[in-house]
Design a protein around this ligand. Structure first.
Ligand code: IPM
Ligand code: MG
Length: 382
């Protein structure tokens, strides 16, 4: 037993040293890209697994349609990034193969299909690895249900919390297991800043800080404290503390849910509650997700790779709405607001008001490509 304790203590020392160095790197800061001043923007597209290549293929088609002139003028390049598949990742034993990572780092923004993470084993999630390698610290997930007056945006911390050491806990066989949750001051400050800046720039008056600080006193306690320190720079915005358990209840309480606007929260709570929120909007297939850092940003569907659809031969019938929403967020991020607005408007018509063509993953409904054609022909009418 003493040997286990000694080795775990050593491991803990190494983790602490490493995490302090990470905090120092974040604290040193970096400058966000100004897309309005760039001569050329490279958009990388990686398909991922399962239905990923199918829905991203259609996402790319819509992007090419909307950005046609700028692509022809050489101002925007859309580049296919190979190798982010489960087969390749298992073959090289890496969450992201090295050449794929190098190719991703040559892009400014990325549209990514879902990737499969095997249960157990040692292969880390490609998603988590990409967020870490490209320092995509803000996971931004909007959820809107106009008829219910719901207009939410979640700022989920995306680089630390329960995720950063999730594969590196301690286990003493048949006795205990321990994982670590890490909240750094600089890491919290930057996600809080992102949430309050969004609120300020979009006329929002309320930010909910969602934690379980009554129990996780160090990590969540600091998260809440630092969010309030940042909030002090935004006197026109109300910052309210909520616990994650009651907030999950609030989201299904029609009497109060529409009063919430912006949420800022640690990684795992953000993961869980954004699936709940997406379900309220109509399902995880309807939500887009932005993973934003200062140098890179990656846009993806909230849902997974749907291996069941592929097994049943129904992959071509996958619903691409979620990746289309992600594509609209990508356009907005690279300061192409007109193109983003067209896509958003077309999506509202195609998925809510008109619904002439629907893709549901079932063979009696439209194919993914047919739905994409419908979206593009709707854009033409705008
Ligand atoms: C998400 C997903 C990921 C996460 C998985 C695929 C690692 O659930 O983007 O919400 O847990 O963050
Ligand atoms: Mg999730």
């Amino acid at each position: 037993m003493q040997a286990y304790i000694d080795s775990a203590t050593e491991q803990f020392r190494a983790l602490l040293t490493e995490q302090i160095a990470r905090q120092e790197r974040i604290a040193a800061g970096s400058k966000a890209k100004d897309f309005t001043a760039m001569e050329k923007i490279v958009i990388g597209v990686c398909g991922g697994d399962g239905i990923g290549p199918i829905i991203t293929r259609e996402g790319e088609r819509v992007l090419r349609y909307l950005l046609k002139d700028e692509i022809e003028a050489g101002k925007i390049e859309i580049r296919t990034i190979e190798g982010l598949t489960l087969e390749k990742r298992e073959e090289v034993g890496k969450a992201i193969p090295e050449d794929t990572l190098a190719a991703l780092k040559e892009c400014d923004v990325i549209l990514k299909g879902p990737t499969t993470t095997p249960h157990g084993g040692n292969l880390e999630s490609a998603n988590v690895a990409m967020r870490r390698e490209l320092d995509l610290y803000a996971n931004v997930r909007p959820v809107c249900v106009p008829e219910e007056h719901i207009d939410w945006i979640f700022y989920r911390e995306n680089s630390e919390g329960e995720y950063v050491l999730g594969s590196r806990g301690v286990e003493i066989p048949e006795k205990l297991a321990m994982d670590f949750k890490v909240t750094t001051d600089a890491g919290t400050r930057r996600i809080a800043r992102a949430a309050f800046e969004y609120a300020k720039n979009n006329g929002k008056t309320n930010v909910a800080i969602v934690t379980k600080a009554n129990i996780m006193k160090k990590t969540d306690g600091n998260f809440s404290k630092i969010c309030h320190e940042v909030a002090a720079d935004y006197p026109e915005i109300t910052a309210e503390d909520w616990y994650i358990d009651i907030m999950t209840a609030n989201l299904v309480n029609p009497a109060i849910r529409s009063k919430f606007q912006v949420f800022v929260l640690p990684n795992l709570y953000g993961d869980i509650i954004t699936d709940e929120a997406a379900q309220i909007q109509g399902g995880v297939g309807t939500a887009g997700s932005a993973n934003v850092g200062d140098t890179y940003a990656m846009f993806e569907a909230v849902h997974g790779s749907a291996p069941r659809l592929i097994e049943q031969g129904l992959g071509e019938y996958a619903n691409p709405s979620s990746i289309f929403k992600a594509a609209a967020m990508l356009l907005r991020h690279i300061a192409r607001a007109d193109a983003a607005e067209k896509l958003e408007k077309a999506l509202i018509i195609c998925t809510e008001t008109e619904k002439k063509v629907i893709a549901t993953g079932e063979a009696e409904n439209a194919k993914c490509a047919e739905f994409a054609d419908y979206v593009m022909s709707t854009i033409k009418t705008l």
